[in-house]
Structure formats: structure tokens, C-alpha cells
Design a protein around this ligand. Structure first.
Ligand code: SF4
Length: 321
């Protein structure tokens, strides 16, 4: 076993600007980033483009993955990575279900901490990079495992992020997976375009969008839904986090983040997407994430756990599982 190295990307030219969508992308030559790029004329032309050599390798690796689910949020701080972790833990609660979590929030990787494996490192063998295992049937890959310490900032430009995501998809020895849950950064950025581009042939089963009830968060979710529609990703539904606060002692519910414009329910109806459920605030969710333990296992009776499990059942039903 040897420590892994991050290679350079394959489909972004060296002279490309920071947010290059990749020369193989549908947006090549047309995205905002392309304005002023010296390659724009050729990228925007209808000339056949060279195939990205990583795509067949990704297709082969992903052939063993039954479901690929993206977790998206318009804003940071709405509980996206916490939701990703709960989803992973809930899928893996069935010992027969093999689950992987891929953390492509490259500049803010929090999945290793939330899952209690922050001190682990990634190793490689002849079959590829080995995921870090939380338990036998729950493997994780994150740039967080490759940083010298949790205090180190990742300051990478688009092409390098693109290359790492390509490597996560083609070089990680995920084995046979029932679910691969992909935690993405907030907003719509290079990372999202890279995932869409690299999984073009393998397919993405759908995206779960995470929000909180305030209008400022909902506005960004509208953009996420628009992004999914533009790139052809099915929206599985919307999850409203921090939806009321249930006191763990007296069980009284209060609204801390008021849904002044109708919250996730109205947004889902307006945008024609399913509201998968609402998860109330529970301070023990944050505490569980800080300690790297499963909130669902620690507090199975909490209204938030019940909400998480209902949402996860709904996702499975929508997927037909
Ligand atoms: S024109 Fe756009 S797609 Fe082509 S290299 Fe430049 S930024 Fe990348």
C-alpha cells in the first residue's frame, strides 16, 4: 500500500481559465468562463472534440454502482453534509447494502469529521485507491483524508479540482455499491459541472436538494433546480432542514427560522418538485456531527431521526428500491 498522489486533469487545457467547464462539456466555448479564453473559437465550433480518455475508465468503474445520488444545496450552512452522512448511515444500516460516500466539497471537506474518520488516510493498491471504511459496508472518499491537518486550506483552481474528481470516479476501488452518495459544495460550481460531465455516460439517478426555510436560502435552491434541469439531472426532491425546533426536554415546537415566504413546501409546489420532508432543528445533530457518531443510532426516538428516516424511505420509493 502506498499513499496516493493527485494527478493533473485530463480534459481541461493548461491555458484554460479558472472556471473552465472542460472541453468535453456541453458548455465548452459557451460558459461565462469561456469569454476571452484563447480556445473559445475551437471549443465553440462543431468540430468533433477529442474524447476524454478518463470517461471509459469511469464508465467501467461505475458499472458496479447501482445508484448514484447527488446531494446539493444553494447555500452553505444548511446541513447538506450532515444530511449526506445520515443518508449514508441509513442506507448502510442494512448489512446487505453496500454504500459509498464521495465528498467533492473540495474546499470544505467536512464528511470525514462528521463520520468520525478525520484522522484516516487514503492508501492505494493494485486495484486503485481504497476508500476509508466507517463500517464494513460504508466507504468514504474525501480530499479531507489527503490534507496534512484539518487546519490546512485547499486553494485549488478549477482544473485541479476537475482532476481530483476524475480520480475519485475512476481510481477509487469502490467495489460493488448499491448506493454512491456524492456530497457537493454549496452552489453550482466547477465541482458540479465536473461530476455531471464525468458521469455523463454512467448516469446520475437524481439529486436531493437541501434548504432551510428562509427566503435567502430558498432563492439559491431555485438556482439549483434550474441547474439540474439545464444539465438533465432528475430532482428527487427537496429537504427542508432546521424546520422548527423541538425542545428535547419538553417537546414543545417553535419556529426559529420563520418560513416568511412559505418555506420549502411552497417552493416545492411552485417549482414542481417533491418535498421529501422537513427535519426539525435538534442541537444533538450538531453534537453528533462534531463527535463523528450517527445521530440516527444515538437518538432514534428524536423527531429529527424520524423525519430523516421518512425522507430516506421516500427517496428509496422514488428510485424504486
Ligand atoms: S473555451 Fe471554455 S471550455 Fe474551452 S478551454 Fe476555454 S474555458 Fe475551457
Amino acid at each position: 500500500m502506498t499513499m496516493v498522489q493527485v494527478a493533473d486533469p485530463l480534459s481541461v487545457p493548461e491555458n484554460a481559465p479558472e472556471h473552465c467547464p472542460g472541453t468535453e462539456s456541453e458548455l465548452a466555448g459557451k460558459s461565462e468562463a469561456c469569454a476571452g479564453c484563447e480556445n473559445q473559437a475551437i471549443c465553440a465550433s462543431n468540430l468533433p472534440k477529442l474524447p476524454d480518455p478518463s470517461l471509459p475508465l469511469i464508465r467501467d468503474r461505475m458499472a458496479n454502482v447501482k445508484r448514484k445520488i447527488l446531494v446539493l444545496s444553494g447555500k452553505g450552512g444548511v446541513g447538506k453534509s450532515t444530511f449526506t452522512a445520515q443518508l449514508g448511515w441509513a442506507f448502510a444500516a442494512d448489512e446487505q447494502t453496500q454504500t459509498g460516500i464521495m465528498d467533492v466539497d473540495i474546499c470544505g471537506p467536512s464528511i470525514p469529521t462528521i463520520l468520525g474518520i478525520a484522522s484516516e488516510q487514503v492508501h492505494s493498491s493494485s486495484s486503485g485507491w481504497s476508500p476509508v471504511y466507517v463500517q464494513d459496508n460504508l466507504g468514504v472518499m474525501s480530499v479531507g483524508f489527503m490534507l496534512p491537518s484539518a487546519r490546512d486550506a485547499v486553494m485549488w483552481r478549477g482544473p485541479k479540482k476537475n482532476g481530483l474528481i476524475s480520480q475519485f470516479l475512476k481510481d477509487v476501488d469502490w467495489g460493488d455499491l448499491d448506493y454512491l452518495v456524492i456530497d457537493t459544495p454549496p452552489g453550482t460550481s466547477d465541482e458540479h459541472l465536473s461530476v455531471v460531465q464525468f458521469l455523463k455516460e454512467s448516469g446520475i439517478d437524481g439529486a436531493v436538494l437541501i434548504t432551510t426555510p428562509q427566503e435567502v436560502a430558498l432563492q439559491d435552491v431555485r438556482r439549483e433546480i434550474d441547474f439540474c434541469r439545464k444539465v438533465g439531472i432528475r430532482v428527487l426532491g427537496l429537504v427542508e432542514n432546521m424546520s422548527g425546533f423541538v425542545c428535547p426536554s419538553c417537546r414543545t415546537e417553535s419556529q426559529i427560522f420563520k418560513p416568511s415566504t412559505g418555506g420549502g413546501k411552497k417552493l416545492a409546489a411552485d417549482m414542481g418538485v417533491e418535498l421529501l420532508g422537513c427535519v426539525p432543528l435538534d442541537p444533538r445533530i450538531g453534537k453528533s456531527a462534531d463527535y463523528g457518531v450517527s445521530f440516527l443510532d444515538e437518538y432514534p426516538e428524536s423527531p429529527a431521526s424520524i423525519a430523516y428516516l421518512n425522507i430516506i424511505d421516500r427517496i428509496k420509493r422514488i428510485l424504486g428500491d
